[in-house]
Design a binder for this molecule. Structure first.
Ligand code: ATP
Length: 512
């Protein structure tokens, strides 16, 4: 419950401080669609810059593209999205609420984890220092029973999804006694398939119009351009193509704020490799991507890999990077070894050869692909959730603070004249005019210094400077650190170097 309350606070904080607004707010919103406000867009741009530079700037064999959202409709036939990009949905007749059958079962699987963890926690209390968790998990009859049930459910679920067997999915829900969290009943309808792609029509005259889709992923724009880029960029395998762009999915269940949206943004990189080398590259990208996440400094314990055991028919390895959100460990990024499935399908459906000629072996073949795919909005949510803090101060007050990684903070430096007179505002503006080309600065002269600090803490500004009467005499200012609240006196001449050193994305990239 405390976690839920905390999450609610984060959502309202995002609105109150200009990070995320519900879309069409004055019309009471539009489900699962959100707008980014003045601070949100800065944070989002910084996340994108961090990703883009880590791909395109740091790897000479990765280049970027920006493909259109609309694409030839046959692309989605070839990729399998028209026939198989479905979610199984189920309704509860009493609450009239709609759920994803697979998500209900996944939550049930997670409940077994919770039950096992409870047993472990109880035993740890009982045995204290001598407790051997691994041994306990291998031998305790209760834990073993839960594990057995979980494995059996997992097996049954994976088979039903693979088919897909909708009747079996419903039977699993009934057999596991899964109830609707709202009505508390098991009064379920049958499970139906629901295609997640939005469609619309292209062409002016109704009779000539044809159905096209809003892309549900950015990856296909990379696949259909792969040969264009390879040839015009004279790329040699292995090489990658990166893209950031909007994707659209008509998600059945819109929940958890910007975790699951109908319009969202993806950062995807497809890495083309020689067949037979893909698993090495898969391991490489798993490690590289985890490093990228962990460089943000949120603590390694908040990330984990979830390796997929049951794979899509075209994949030969897949793993998610999960982050500890307030509602549990959740997928933020997927890394997939997609074989040559997509490119081969496009060859088949377009009738054009998109083979790569390998000058080393003198052979032509369809490359294999490793994909790294991360949602900008989910990344944004994970960062905000982890950064949000409420701190008790010594004077009894509470301060709300966003402990954002400085390189991602929307505003890097707030410049605050002590009073609104005697030349202090002018001096503050002079400092900003020197720094604004390198550092995102904000000027604030309203209210007491304490209140102004609180406002900056709430949007995650890592540094504030106060311009006071001494500044006019000695060209120095008081620099205040957001996290420690420590204040030091520094010469104006050194400000740019200090702030840039602590807040530049370049320094973050150097850790990779
Ligand atoms: P999920 O199982 O949560 O629906 P997925 O496995 O379908 O996600 P992918 O198709 O692998 O997701 O998409 C790659 C990434 O895009 C995800 O890791 C996630 O960060 C992001 N993403 C996918 N769907 C959404 C959505 N509806 N809203 C926001 N981000 C999304």
């Amino acid at each position: 419950m405390a976690q839920e309350d905390n999450f609610k606070k984060i959502v309202s904080h995002c609105k109150e401080y200009g990070f995320v607004f519900p879309s069409s707010d004055i019309y009471d919103g539009l489900a699962a669609v959100y707008d980014y406000g003045q601070n949100g867009v800065e944070l989002k741009n910084n996340i994108k810059e961090y990703w883009w530079k880590s791909m395109v700037l740091l790897n000479e064999n990765i280049v970027g593209i920006d493909s259109a959202i609309f694409m030839h409709p046959t692309i989605w036939k070839a990729s399998g999205h028209v026939d198989a990009f479905n979610d199984p949905l189920i309704d509860n007749r009493d609450s009239k609420k709609r759920y994803r059958a697979d998500v209900l079962i996944e939550e049930q699987l997670a409940k077994y984890d919770e039950k096992m963890q409870k047993e472990v926690d109880k035993a740890r209390k009982r045995f204290g220092d001598q407790f051997d968790e691994a041994m306990f998990r291998q031998t305790n009859p209760r834990v073993l029973e839960y594990k057995q049930k979980q494995d059996a459910l997992h097996e049954r679920f994976a088979q039903a999804m693979q088919q897909p067997d909708l009747q079996e999915l419903k039977q699993i829900i009934l057999d596991e006694g899964i109830v609707d969290p709202i009505s508390g009943t098991k009064n379920w309808t049958d499970v139906r398939q629901f295609n997640l792609m939005f469609s619309t029509e292209i062409g002016a005259a109704a009779e000539a119009a044809s159905k096209i889709y809003l892309r549900p992923e950015t990856a296909q724009g990379i696949f259909v351009n792969y040969l264009n880029v390879q040839k015009t960029g004279r790329m040699k395998l292995p090489f990658g193509i990166a893209q950031i762009g909007k994707a659209f999915r008509n998600e059945i269940v819109a929940r958890q704020f910007i975790f699951r949206m109908r319009e969202f943004e993806q950062m995807e990189m497809q890495f083309f490799v020689q067949p037979g080398t893909e698993l090495e590259w898969f391991a490489h990208w798993k490690e590289t991507r985890m490093k990228w996440h962990q460089a943000l400094g949120f603590g390694a314990e908040n990330y984990r890999f979830h390796d997929h055991e049951k794979l899509a028919h075209y994949a030969n390895a897949a793993a998610d990077i999960e982050f500890r959100m307030p509602f549990g460990f959740k997928e933020v990024e997927g890394i997939h070894s997609r074989t040559n499935f997509d490119l081969s399908q496009h060859e088949k459906f377009s009738g054009k050869s998109i083979k790569y000629f390998d000058p080393q072996t003198n052979e032509s073949y369809v490359p294999y692909v490793i994909e790294t795919s991360i949602g900008v909005d989910r990344m944004f949510l994970s960062i905000i959730c982890h950064a949000y803090r409420e701190e008790q101060l010594e004077n009894g007050e509470t301060r709300v603070l966003l402990q954002l990684p400085p390189a991602l903070a929307p505003v890097k430096l707030a410049v605050l004249p002590l009073v609104k007179k005697d030349g202090l505002p002018e001096k503050a503006r002079e400092i900003i005019s020197q720094l604004r080309f390198q550092v995102n600065c904000q000027y604030d002269e309203k209210d007491t210094i304490g209140k102004r600090y609180r406002r900056q803490d709430a949007i995650g500004t890592p540094y504030c400077i106060t311009v006071d009467y001494d500044t006019l005499k000695d060209e120095s200012v008081t620099l205040r650190n957001r996290d420690t609240m420590e204040q030091t006196r520094v010469p104006i001449a050194q400000l740019q170097e200090i702030i840039q050193e602590k807040t530049s994305i370049t320094n973050l990239l150097k850790q990779l």
